[in-house]
Ligand binder design. Structure first.
Ligand code: NAG
Length: 326
């Protein structure tokens, strides 16, 4: 009789163990475990992140304050800056703070939050990049109908669609991660909770989950990348047939856009759609969309763009003047 109870209890225990994951936190292995390198990496990423915050906020403020920049292209650019800043803020501050802790931990909920935010802002960024390509396509290939197609309503619709799509994509990815059974392994070989890496720690058939991630994030990135490259190719071919004086400015805008697209999608495609994972390489590629592209956007768009530079100079003068008066 006694034995039976003991058996029931242990059976109950194993059932409850199977139902509830025992992992309450995850441990990041980080970018490197060399102590000397930590300080160097800390300084490096700290400077990058400060640049990201200032650069992107500068773009948002410049576009908002200058009525000459109130056009679809600059509205989309300002939205892109805001998303870049948010995307980077989901991972970079934690990574920077972690350089000084020997054990880099994140709670289970914190990990889910990171997965949610990265996919939310990543998905929105993808839609904004496509909208920027569509905007340039309309401006260059259908110039006469540009103002009717890219009206105020279209712009607001695109921005709303970007946030909506980011949210849907993120929820659909998180739905897998929330119910996964984690029963022991909790070391994430990265500096943030990257969905493919977290999924591989679950005590279940992870092959199927891998396929799910590839089917959602992977297909999404590859399809949008193909679409973007196709539209930029069409735009470039249209420009080729033009007299050169007008097309040189368009060409420099386009090169900036294409550079950003390549830098954003290259690492994404490798992480989510490349079927043969190369050990540890994906965490270095993740650095690209966490801190490199968000910093490059303001640099590329402002340094190559005369209107932006002029607007910033005016903004600076206005600040100095109002400072003297008050
Ligand atoms: C984003 O785009 C919308 C629609 O064009 C615009 O009204 C809004 O000001 C933009 N957001 C920022 C931060 O510039």
């Amino acid at each position: 009789m006694k034995e039976e109870t003991a058996e029931t209890i242990s059976w109950n225990e194993s059932v409850s163990e199977a139902n509830h994951s025992v992992v309450t936190e995850f441990v990041f292995l980080g970018l490197s475990n060399s102590q000397e390198l930590q300080i160097f990496l800390f300084l490096f990423f700290f400077v990058f992140y400060v640049g990201i915050v200032f650069g992107n906020l500068l773009i948002v403020v410049t576009v908002a304050s200058d009525s000459r920049l109130h056009s679809p292209m600059y509205f989309l650019l300002a939205n892109l800056s805001l998303i870049d800043l948010s995307l980077s803020s989901a991972t970079a501050p934690k990574m920077i703070a972690d350089f000084f802790s020997t054990r880099k931990v994140i709670s289970f909920k914190g990990c889910l939050a990171q997965i949610f935010l990265v996919h939310f802002f990543g998905g929105s960024e993808l839609v904004i990049l496509m909208a920027m390509a569509f905007d340039r396509y309309t401006a260059i290939c259908k110039p006469l109908r540009y103002t009717t197609i890219m009206c105020r309503h279209t712009c607001a619709g695109i921005v709303a669609a970007a946030w909506g799509a980011g949210f849907l994509h993120s929820v659909s990815q998180l739905a897998f991660a929330v119910n996964l059974p984690f029963c022991g392994p909790n070391e994430v070989d990265s500096f943030y909770c990257d969905l493919p890496r977290v999924v591989r720690l679950a005590c279940t058939d992870t092959y199927r989950l891998d396929v799910m991630v590839i089917a959602n994030s992977g297909v999404l990135t590859v399809c949008s990348f193909v679409l973007l490259i196709t539209s930029y190719t069409i735009i470039l071919m249209t420009i080729q047939r033009r007299p050169s004086d007008r097309s040189s400015k368009a060409l420099s805008t386009l090169t900036a856009h294409i550079t950003v697209v390549l830098l954003f999608f290259g690492p994404c495609i490798f992480i989510y759609a490349w079927p043969f994972p190369v050990k540890s390489l994906d965490k270095f590629l993740a650095v690209f969309y966490s801190v490199v592209t968000p910093l490059l956007n303001p640099i590329i768009y402002t340094l190559r763009n005369k209107d932006m530079k002029r607007a910033m100079r005016r903004l600076g003068k206005w600040n100095v003047n109002s400072g003297i008066k008050s």
